[in-house]
Design a protein around this ligand. Sequence first.
Ligand code: 17E
Ligand code: FE2
Length: 422
Amino acid sequence: MTIEGTTEGIDLILRQCRLVGAPDLVDIAISDGRIYAISPRLEVLAAQELAIAGRLVSPPFVESHIHLDSALTAGQPRWNQSGTLFEGIDIWRDRKQSLTLEDVKTRAIATLKQQAQQGVLFVRTHADVSEPNLIALQALLEVRDAVKDWITVQVVAFPQDGIYGSDGNDALLETALKLGADAVGGIPHYEMTREDGVQSVHRIFELAHRYDTLIDIHCDEIDDDQSRFLEVVAASATRSGLGARVTASHTTALASYNNAYAMKLMGLLAKSGINFIANPLINITLQGRTDTYPKRRGVTRVKELWQQGLNVSLGHDCVQDPWYSLGTGNMLTVAAMAVHVCQMTGQAEIDACYDMVTMNGAKTLKVESDYGIAVGRPANLIVLDAETPYDAIRRTATVTQVISRGRLLVETQPSVSTWYGN
Ligand code: 17E
Ligand code: FE2
């Protein structure tokens, strides 16, 4: 293909790209921040040219669930000894007393840079709003704006201590939405009573309606088979018509429900069309802590939700915080953990796990119209030192180039070993 005027306005060309699922290599031309042309051979010159040489070119990773306000605080003020969600919440309650805007912004931006280096260009973060000065929320709203030229951030107003956990939390949540949070969150399984939990879900839907936001609820993140707020979320999504604007995060109790109930629930979930986010790195470590043996895996029924045709994405949830002291923000490690814990080892299942850290996340975040490798779309794409998604997950492949908004943002060299033996 020849583009008229040859060099005019072409900023960047990627030569010999291997697109996911496509048999032939293509060149990709980028102009003015957008994908201008995709063709087997583009006879044009550009201001900058990258030799991709058959490596995999993919839409960027989508981190659909992370807590940037607590990132990089592991051990402050103490380590989580029990490894439970509840001890994590207690430690964070102590740590958040000393939050400042600068503290949150510095850690959040450092984490976003780590993520972007590894190919993440879309992020949904939770901001704890059960803190009287809303520092985490204000800091993350400022960060959302400060980084928008290279990474897209969505902020969920998340009442970590429960909407009805103490007086004032409900008002703080509403203030957070007035300040411009993109989504409203909740934690029904942590409210004091079952009734409060149900009430909190109704309140979340009312707020989402009033402030026209998305919904993303930490839902049933517990091994209690009696924690059944997912049905309330699904029914509310169906009745309100909000459907795919709603996300249920974690839903680990679904893995503990009896099959008879789970089967009934699946029908309700399919009808509701809500999104699911599983966080396999975190929940394989947080859950099962009250079990002896056999010990539950504690990750939601990812395979069955996917088989139902529901939209499932995967999140990292934490990078070095009171709930999880490990992590670098790499989405391939998240996908690999899902392959293992959810036993998604079939070929199509491994590919599905790749979708769960790319396009399914874009669907959850409602950014699909600006996402993907197609002419006219914003030029956000990554190059992996791999040939296929399977290869990328298996080897935790290096993301060698990250192109954001049409510009080369980061380059990373894959590691090289030299063999001196026989
Ligand atoms: N807060 C929560 O309720 N659950 C989690 N997994 C994290 C924070 C990380
Ligand atoms: Fe979370």
